[in-house]
Structures are given as structure tokens and as C-alpha cells.
Design a binder for this molecule. Structure first.
Ligand code: ATP
Length: 369
């Protein structure tokens, strides 16, 4: 059982019918969501969808207009930020420039008046955890951006919060360092057993680090699931489109054996999809299908549930993969993605080639329009 599937597991965080308004503007719209201990929970969505507002309410910097937030079963209404078992790490890490790495990490513990030997032991532990031992005596300007990010993380974890909120923590790092740091974050989260809630607008980052991802739009959570479920079984066109690359085909569903036939374009054969969802006859729908599930070939494929003809308009070479942009007879554009292993030895497809696209009846997801 994952904690969110276990009916006996008590959530660490509960948003209960939370609405947040700024004047007339609804930033969070009647949102209810549980987050469990030790989760690495990602809030993902476009700019302005309410991610930071959710974090700020958890930390106590904003108050819900309606509804309540519980942490560890306790209602947080009226509880000041410094009295919550929560720490927040901001996008700009805001290290004290005149203090050493060691002193930056010790800062919060000193302010709490912890005994000297306890502070020393805890700072050493944090330096080890974030692999900063060698830099303890340096000032922030004497270390790299990635190392500064780790100091900020060590400082946030020093007081052993139950919950750490990370708002775009890796935003300032370049792509390669960002990837390395994602793995460090996951490692540190696992070692400390702290619950992490991360805000990001980078879908790959959310998919890499998170145990569960919440995809948000306009103050609402549209879908919450593990990364593979979000990717393979999006619950809406919005989620399918927001995460990764996708072909979306609009049509009308007619019940057919163990699924539906979807009529989608004049003069094109209907497309068959297997599903246990239920649609009424003629109901408007969308098929959502990842480009890597579409096969592309020069010769007509045999014994496959769905096939259409088209012409290659464009090819994007991505190293390990190539994406083929194919125009169908009715003008619809579709993408097919192919791994490039053995590409050099195979008769390769090229621009303007007439091709077949084909896919199985389980490749697309059938979604309501
Ligand atoms: P980004 O990815 O750009 O940081 P976000 O998803 O974190 O976006 P929020 O910062 O939560 O978005 O903001 C949600 C909405 O609420 C935005 O439209 C924003 O303009 C609005 N908002 C946030 N704080 C305030 C405020 N103090 N007063 C008025 N409107 C606000």
C-alpha cells in the first residue's frame, strides 16, 4: 500500500474546502487534498494557477478565506508561521552573505537557544548530509550556485521540520546541475524522512522527484496521481496536454466491442479504442495518445487496430529519438516518435515520404470533451 491508498493511514496535511480570495479574485477554489507523511508531493501548473498561494497558506503567511488546513490533525487556523512544524525554502535562498556556511546552517538553531554541543552535532550532520563538509568555513560568495542551494537546504532541514516547502528550489540552477540536484533532493528526502512539498512549473522536474504530482489550473487541482499514472492515464485533455507531448483527436464515440469506435474526420476510417469508461452513443470525445505509441512505416502494417495514411512534413532529431510530424489527408497533423537505435543501418524515413501511422486499441486514452 502506498500511504494514499491505505485507508488506515492518517494524512499529515489536510486541505479541507480551502478557498483563497484576493479581493474578487479566486486564487484557490474550494480545494480539498490530503498529503501524507514522507511524501514528496509536487504542485505543478502554469504561472498564476495558485501553487505559491497553497504553500504560503501551509506555512502560515496567508490565511484561507474559507475552509481550513490541518497539519498532523491539528487545525492551523490562527497558528503563527513560527509555531508550525513547517519550514519553507524560497526560490532566492537568501543566505546571510557575511556568515560562513557553518554559521548559516546554525543560525536558526542558535536563535532557538539550543545548547552549543547540540548545535555543533546537528550542523555537522547537516553538512555531511548535503556533502558540504569541505566548505563549512567559506562564505556564500566563495561557493557555487549548486553549493549555495545545498546550504539553503541544510539550513531548512537543521531544525528537523516535519514538513519542508520548496518553492522552485532549483530555478536558479542550469539544466545539468538541476538534474544532479534533483537526485540529491530525492536522496536527502528519503534519508531524513521529511515530507517535502515542492512547487515547480517544470513538468520533468515534478515527474522526476515526486511520489505524487498534483496538476493545477486556475486554483483547482485537476488530477493527483503518481508520475506514471499522470503520464499514461491523464484524466483530461488539460493534463494530457500539460505533461509531455501528445496527439489529441476530437471525435464522436459509438459503442463497439469492449470499447468505442471514434468517428473523427470525413473519409477517414473510425478509430477503435479499448476502455472500460462509459460514453453514450454519439458523445463528443477526445483521443489522447503519446507520440511514442504511434508506429510509423513506409509499408502498410497488417493486423493492427488503427492505421491512417499521411506524409512526413518535418522530422525533429533528438539524439535518442526522432519525432516525425505527419500530415494526414484531411489536414490533421500527428506526431510519431521513434527510438533511433540502429537508425543508421535501417532504411530511414525522410521528408515528404508517404507513410502509415498505426497504433493498438489500448494506445490512446478516451477522454470526455
Ligand atoms: P507562478 O508559477 O507564476 O509563481 P503560482 O501558481 O505560484 O504562479 P500564485 O502566486 O499562487 O501563482 O498566484 C495565484 C494567483 O493569485 C495569481 O493570479 C496572482 O496574481 C494572485 N495573487 C497572489 N497573491 C496575491 C495578492 N497578495 N494579492 C492579489 N492577488 C494575488
Amino acid at each position: 500500500f502506498a500511504p494514499w491508498e491505505d485507508p488506515n493511514e492518517k494524512p499529515l496535511i489536510q486541505f479541507v474546502n480551502v478557498t483563497k480570495r484576493f479581493g474578487d479574485f479566486v486564487a484557490i477554489d474550494n480545494l480539498t487534498q490530503d498529503i501524507f507523511a514522507k511524501e514528496f508531493f509536487a504542485l505543478l501548473g502554469p504561472s498564476g494557477c495558485g501553487k505559491t498561494t497553497m504553500m504560503r497558506m501551509l506555512a502560515g503567511f496567508e490565511t484561507p478565506t474559507e475552509g481550513k488546513i490541518l497539519i498532523g490533525g491539528q487545525d492551523m487556523t490562527g497558528i503563527a508561521p513560527n509555531k508550525r512544524p513547517v519550514n519553507m525554502m524560497f526560490q532566492s535562498y537568501a543566505l546571510f552573505p557575511h556568515l560562513s556556511v557553518w554559521e548559516n546552517i546554525a543560525f536558526g538553531l542558535k536563535r532557538e537557544g539550543k545548547p552549543k554541543d547540540q548545535i555543533e552535532a546537528r550542523v555537522s550532520e547537516m553538512l555531511r548530509l548535503t556533502r558540504l563538509d569541505r566548505f563549512a568555513q567559506r562564505k556564500p560568495h566563495q561557493i557555487s550556485g549548486g553549493q549555495r542551494q545545498r546550504v539553503a537546504l541544510a539550513r531548512s532541514l537543521a531544525k528537523a521540520p516535519k514538513l519542508l516547502l520548496l518553492d522552485e528550489p532549483l530555478g536558479a540552477l542550469d539544466a545539468k546541475l538541476r538534474q544532479d540536484t534533483q537526485f540529491e533532493l530525492m536522496d536527502i528526502q528519503e534519508k531524513t524522512g521529511t515530507t517535502f512539498v515542492i512547487v515547480t512549473h517544470d513538468q520533468e522536474e515534478a515527474m522526476t522527484v515526486a511520489s505524487r504530482v498534483a496538476v493545477m489550473d486556475e486554483g483547482r487541482i485537476i488530477q493527483v496521481a503518481t508520475p506514471p499514472v499522470i503520464y499514461e492515464l491523464p484524466n483530461s485533455v488539460y493534463v494530457a496536454d500539460f505533461i509531455g507531448d501528445v496527439n489529441i483527436i476530437a471525435g464522436a464515440a459509438t459503442p463497439a466491442n469492449d470499447g468505442y469506435d471514434v468517428d473523427w474526420a470525413e473519409g477517414q476510417p473510425s478509430l477503435h479504442v479499448k476502455t472500460d469508461k462509459s460514453f453514450s452513443k454519439g458523445q463528443k470525445c477526445f483521443l489522447a495518445m503519446r507520440p511514442e505509441k504511434v508506429a510509423i512505416s513506409a509499408d502498410e502494417p497488417q493486423d493492427v487496430a488503427n492505421k491512417v495514411r499521411g506524409q512526413i512534413i518535418d522530422i525533429a532529431y533528438l539524439g535518442n529519438l526522432s519525432t516525425y510530424h505527419v500530415k494526414l489527408a484531411d489536414g490533421t497533423m500527428m506526431k510519431a516518435q521513434l527510438a533511433n537505435t540502429r537508425r543508421l543501418s535501417r532504411r530511414s524515413l525522410t521528408w515528404e515520404d508517404r507513410v502509415w501511422l498505426s497504433w493498438t486499441d489500448t494506445a490512446p486514452v478516451l477522454l470526455e470533451a
